[in-house]
Each structure stands twice: as structure tokens, then as C-alpha cells.
Design a protein around this ligand. Structure first.
Ligand code: GAP
Length: 454
């Protein structure tokens, strides 16, 4: 088990404004959470790190931001209407409903009864009426994965960018699943975000690329602060594979509740593009596809020998919310400072920290000191390092504790020496070492640029 408990994280998230239960004032909505002032920054920083690594730092990936509302036919031909379900069982005694594969020793997790119904499939997709007439004839779904729009827009992206294999399309966005038993805070929820890459490769090259992406993604998670010893690679047994996959690695992380899936890296073969392709019989597909009479397109690309092929797909798919939970679990530290003192410090990697720099006046509401604080903040914002916060509480010790708890790497204190002596200088305090030293204001920009951007 992880050293950090879920209670510690939930408490910090609420106390400091990272994550709140949705509709709290009405008793909540189960499996739905809202990100607060610091949570939104942390989540955005994690997504930005992913986008940077997947799109900006590569020369073979394009981005996409597709709609959440999904045409029923897309999820019919993708196989989700028929197969995207979990086994559900009811307890006849307490009337509770549970995922059958989460039941231990044949006992109801709620009341312990063994009087349970036979498991039956429960489709996880949220169905919704589209248009003003709700008579069941016009409906769509909230997407259960972001991937499908990448497949349906494949041809448009290829035609507009002239891409050749191998190349990828990346997307970050909300997905929705009507989980039977949402649980473990933001780990299993009904509304969540995914960051998915569909990487298209020539048939026959898929196994090689599956291995390459596994290694790439482990490296990326380590760069986000996860220790390798807290990561496990799980090879999904053939019987447990999703309906579209030929093979899958799960990157698992030691969450507070146990070693569980953080990201899936699947070999989806030509299953999806094949399923959304018209006249499949001409396409020499390897996967088992629906007979598609609705699609107007052949989702294929010319290979090196000028032959039309339906590419295979390797898909690293991360849960953004699970990512937030993982980096917080890893970063949460309680430190004994001796003499009965302790502190909580969130040792987030600096690029993930919600606030990069806190500018703190030694004395509350002192006009001269405050004017200097505002000037410093304005100049630091120009560096593009992220959020710089001005703290006007007047209690330095409390301000340091608060910023330790929320993971602010650098605190800058503006005191009387700053405004009275030349050259103007400030105190800089480091979150992890708690060491303080003075830096001239004239050197501040270069110091922080080096610290955050080098
Ligand atoms: N497109 C492939 C796909 O959706 P998945 O394994 O079902 O594959 C990918 O989901 C990732 O999305 C998971 O590894 C997990 O991090 C995240 N995820 C899935 N269901 C989730 C849920 N109910 N709550 C939070 N995250 C979830």
C-alpha cells in the first residue's frame, strides 16, 4: 500500500481547494467531482505536460478537439452499443447493485448476504435525446472514450495534413461512463477526462510500436514525479481484453487503495478504422468487423508502395483524473521538523505546481511593501512560468505552511529591507529545503527563468 492514505488526500483536496464533491450543497452527485481553484491549475498543468510531450516535442503527431455528443452510428459500428458493458449483480436482501467482478467471496459488499442475482451485462454509456422531440427516435451518446472521433476524423486529418505512416492524432477531453459502483474518490468516476493518442502504423509494425509506446509512457510518468518502484506493468490476459484489442499493457500505479490502472496502452489493430469503413471486403482487413452499410468513407492511407491500407493503431490512453490522483499521492509528504513541529508538503514537480511563485509581504497592508509586491508579480508574469500569486495575509509563517501544503516551489518575501536598501532585494524560500537566501530584484527574472524553464 502507498504511504499516503486516501483520507489524507481527500482532506487536503477539500481544505485547500483542489477537488470538491459535485453538488455538495444538495448531498452530492455520486461519481462526479469538481476541480477547485488549485485543482484546475494542477489538472491543466498535467494536461499541458502531456500535450507538450505528445504533440509539440514530436514531429509525427497532430491534435484534435472533437465533440462529446456522439452519433449513435459511431458507437454502433465501434462495437460499444453491443459490448461496452460491465457485469452487474443485485443483492436480493439490501437491493444494492454491484459490479459482479468486484464481489469478494460471493458476498454482498453492503450487507454481507450471499443471496445475489446472476451477473448480467450493464451498458455503461449515457444515452441522451438529441433535438426537441424526445420520442426515442433521435438519440446519441455522451462519448465513453475520446478515441472514436479520432477514427471518424481520420480521413479529414490525413487529407488536410498529408501525413504518412506512422503518425498519431492526440486528443484530451471528457468521457462519460455510467459506472455501476463509482469509488475511491476521483479514481473511478462517471465523468472524467482522458488524454488519448491514436498512433497509426503499417500493418505488421504494430507489435514493435506497442513496445516503444510502453517505454515512452513509463518514462513520461517518471518525469511527472512517479517513482519507478510505484509503477507496475500489467499485461492484460487475452480473455480480459476490450472488444477492440489484440493486446494491452496497463501502466498501474500504487494508489492509496492499491496497485491499479493509471493508463492503458492497447493494440487496437485495424478494428476501429475497419469498422468505420465502407466496402470492407475490398480492404483486406485482419480484424473482425461489422458489415458497415452506413459509412461513406474508406478510412485508409497510401503506404510506401502506393498501396491503400487500413493502418493498425497503438493507443496510449491515460485517465487525467487518475493522473492527478497519482501525482498527488506521490507528492504528499508529512515531515517531522523536530521539537514537536511538523509540516505537510506537496512535493510536486515544479511544472505541475498549481502556483509557481507566491509573493508575500512581510507586513499586511503596508502601502510601500504592497506596491513593490504588485510590481514584482507583474514582472514575473511576463516570464510565462505560470501562476504567480500575491498573498496578503501578513503572517509569514502561516503563508509558508499554506504554500508548502499546496506545493508552491518558491516563496518570495518582500520586507522593509527591500524598500529601504539599495540594491533592492527579496528573500527567496525553497519549498523542499526550506532554505532562504537573498536575491537582488534586478536578478530575479533570470533566477526564476533558470529555475522554472531551464
Ligand atoms: N480509449 C481506450 C479506453 O478508453 P480504458 O482502459 O477504458 O481505455 C483508459 O480507459 C483510461 O481512462 C484508464 O486507464 C483510466 O485511467 C481512465 N478511466 C477509465 N474509466 C475511468 C473512470 N470511470 N474514472 C476515471 N478514469 C477512468
Amino acid at each position: 500500500m502507498a504511504a499516503t492514505s486516501m483520507d489524507q488526500l481527500v482532506s487536503l483536496c477539500k481544505r485547500r481547494g483542489f477537488i470538491f464533491q459535485n453538488a455538495d450543497i444538495y448531498g452530492g452527485l455520486q461519481g462526479v467531482y469538481d476541480y477547485g481553484p488549485l485543482g484546475v491549475e494542477l489538472k491543466n498543468n498535467l494536461k499541458a505536460a502531456w500535450w507538450r510531450a505528445m504533440v509539440y516535442e514530436r514531429d509525427d503527431v497532430e491534435g484534435l478537439d472533437a465533440a462529446i455528443l456522439t452519433n449513435q452510428k459511431v458507437l454502433h459500428y465501434s462495437g460499444h452499443e453491443d459490448t461496452f458493458s460491465d457485469p452487474m449483480t443485485d443483492c436480493r436482501k439490501c437491493k444494492g447493485r454491484f459490479r459482479a467482478d468486484h464481489i469478494k467471496d460471493g458476498k454482498c459488499p453492503n450487507c454481507g448476504s450471499t443471496d445475489l442475482t446472476e451477473p448480467r451485462p450493464f451498458n455503461l454509456m449515457f444515452k441522451t435525446a438529441i433535438g426537441p422531440v424526445d420520442d426515442g427516435s433521435s438519440f446519441g451518446y455522451l462519448r465513453p472514450e475520446t478515441a472514436q472521433a479520432i477514427f471518424t476524423q481520420f480521413k479529414n486529418v490525413v487529407d488536410s495534413t498529408s501525413r504518412k505512416l506512422p503518425f498519431g492524432i492526440a486528443q484530451i477531453g471528457k468521457s462519460f461512463r455510467n459506472e455501476i459502483t463509482p469509488r475511491n474518490f476521483i479514481f473511478r468516476v462517471r465523468e472524467f477526462e482522458q488524454a488519448e493518442l491514436e498512433y497509426f502504423v503499417a500493418p505488421g509494425e504494430d507489435e514493435k510500436w506497442h513496445e516503444i509506446w510502453k517505454e515512452e509512457r513509463i518514462k513520461w510518468w517518471e518525469e511527472q514525479g512517479l517513482k519507478r518502484e510505484n509503477i507496475n506493468i500489467y499485461t492484460t490476459p487475452k480473455d480480459d481484453l476490450a472488444h477492440y484489442a489484440k493486446a494491452c499493457y496497463d501502466i498501474e500505479y500504487q494508489f492509496p487503495h492499491g496497485m491499479e490502472e493509471l493508463e492503458g496502452i492497447a493494440n487496437r489493430t485495424d478494428y476501429d478504422l475497419g469498422n468505420h469503413t465502407k466496402a470492407q471486403d475490398e480492404m483486406n482487413l485482419t480484424s473482425h468487423c461489422h458489415a458497415n452499410s452506413d459509412s461513406t468513407q474508406k478510412l485508409c492511407i497510401m503506404d510506401d508502395s502506393n498501396k491503400w491500407v487500413v493502418p493498425f493503431v497503438i493507443e496510449p490512453s491515460m485517465g487525467v483524473d487518475r493522473g492527478v490522483l497519482a501525482v498527488m499521492t506521490e507528492a504528499y509528504t508529512e515531515e517531522d521538523l523536530g521539537e514537536g513541529n511538523s509540516r505537510i508538503v506537496l512535493k510536486l514537480k515544479k511544472h505541475l505546481a498549481p502556483i509557481k511563485v507566491a509573493v508575500i509581504p512581510l507586513k499586511k497592508n503596508n502601502e510601500q511593501i504592497m506596491a513593490k509586491c504588485h510590481e514584482i508579480k507583474k514582472n514575473l508574469l511576463k516570464l510565462g512560468i505560470g501562476r504567480v500569486a500575491l498573498e496578503n495575509t501578513g503572517n509569514i509563517g502561516k503563508a509558508y505552511r499554506r504554500h508548502d501544503e499546496i506545493g508552491t516551489p518558491i516563496c518570495i518575501t518582500v520586507d522593509f529591507e527591500t524598500i529601504e536598501q539599495q540594491p533592492e532585494s527579496v528573500t527567496i524560500r525553497d519549498r523542499d529545503t526550506m532554505e532562504q537566501h537573498r536575491v537582488n530584484i534586478a536578478d530575479l527574472a533570470a533566477y526564476l527563468r533558470d529555475y522554472f524553464l531551464a
